[in-house]
Write a protein that binds this ligand. Structure first.
Ligand SMILES: Cc1cc2nc3c(=O)[nH]c(=O)nc-3n(C[C@H](O)[C@H](O)[C@H](O)COP(=O)(O)O)c2cc1C
Length: 323
């Protein structure tokens, strides 16, 4: 499949996840075969005000490509200006966030709130498409609430504005991340537009990836939470869909090794203090379902040095070998 002229290989992309899918995690997911990566969402308004932190969020490393920068905002002109600024990082394409449910985003008329105004969605896409010479994609939800299910209408508006692909997360804004996810809406969007559709929501295994493809006919799938602490999920999906092979999860020593490498990489990019604070949540994801996980999760909350992290990983490995 292609996004504009960008050829996408691989069967599952990494979802954008603010505060989680940072450059270190994105790079590791790409190593494991993620079809593409997307930055954490970046405020168009903050960018145009010269905010340094927002600019840093757009930093792209060659090893995470193909990669998109995701912008959020509600004003077509501001988004177009921000899009021009984003081009300094040479993204493979730009993505516009029309799905974030967080009160501080949706409450500010951005993210999923845009879905209440399909014509505004169209104008935003058109403005950004007109501002840059890379493809522009959008990421939407099922709708705003159960009484405002309009993903098909919004997807058509975005296609009309010039969007090159549309990602659909099968939940409404009001659902946030609560079950159930609705894959029928992804199928409905796929039938309604002619640009590629990327299906998203609750894929966390090769089998669920296969089911989402089959259920919706989508062109690609996107995995978010299912990749946390398990970046090898992309390799597993690829092996299953391409060769029908069910890869086992990596042995625990390998998992801990990947965790340490991710945090070392993060430390080299954003400094040890921040990386180690964030390591606490990543460590508990990597330790999910392992023997002693509940205790180790508590200990992960106290990691303060790289040495603490390595020692904890070592104890996790040893604990699995007991009994
Ligand atoms: C911690 C977290 C942060 C997220 N941040 C973003 C974001 O910055 N932009 C975006 O479009 N979606 C964001 N999402 C939504 C995900 O991209 C994805 O649509 C959602 O998690 C559903 O997919 P999943 O079931 O595979 O996790 C975020 C989700 C989580 C859990």
């Amino acid at each position: 499949m292609r996004i504009g002229s960008v050829e996408i290989t691989g069967r599952a992309a990494l979802a954008p996840m603010a505060g989680v899918a940072d450059p270190a995690f994105r790079r590791i997911c790409r190593e494991y075969g993620a079809a593409f990566t997307v930055t954490e969402m970046v405020s168009a308004k903050a960018l145009t005000y010269g905010d340094q932190k927002s600019r840093e969020l757009m930093t792209l490393d060659a090893r995470e490509r193909p990669a998109a920068i995701q912008l959020f905002g509600d004003d077509p002109d501001t988004l177009a200006s921000a899009a021009r600024m984003a081009m300094a990082q040479k993204p493979d394409w730009l993505d516009i966030n029309m799905g974030c449910p967080a009160p501080k985003i949706a409450g500010n008329h951005c993210g999923s709130a845009l879905m209440r105004e399909p014509e505004l969605c169209r104008r935003i896409v058109k403005a950004v498409v007109g501002a840059v010479d890379v493809p522009v994609t959008v990421k939407i939800r099922k709708g705003y609430s159960k009484d405002e299910v309009n993903a098909v209408e919004v997807a058509k508006a975005c296609e009309d504005g010039g969007a090159s692909a549309i990602t659909v997360h099968g939940r409404t804004r009001d659902q946030m991340y609560a079950p159930p996810v609705d894959w029928d809406i992804i199928r409905a969007v796929k039938r309604a537009v002619s640009v590629p559709v990327i299906g998203n929501g609750d894929v966390n295994s090769p089998e669920s990836a296969a089911r989402l493809y089959e259920h919706t006919g989508c062109d690609l799938i996107m995995i978010g939470r299912g990749a946390l602490g398990a970046p090898w999920v992309f390799q597993a999906v690829e092996a299953y869909l391409t060769h029908g092979v069910r890869l086992p999860d990596p042995p625990v020593a390998k998992r801990m090794d990947v965790l340490c490498r991710q945090i070392e990489l993060a430390a080299s990019l954003k400094g040890e203090r921040v990386a180690l604070l964030e390591a606490r949540k990543h460590a508990s994801w990597y330790m999910r379902e392992l023997r002693g996980a509940a205790i180790f999760r508590g200990e992960a909350g106290m990691i303060a040095t790289m040495e603490d992290l390595r020692r904890l990983c070592w104890r996790v490995i040893r604990r699995q070998e007991e009994e």
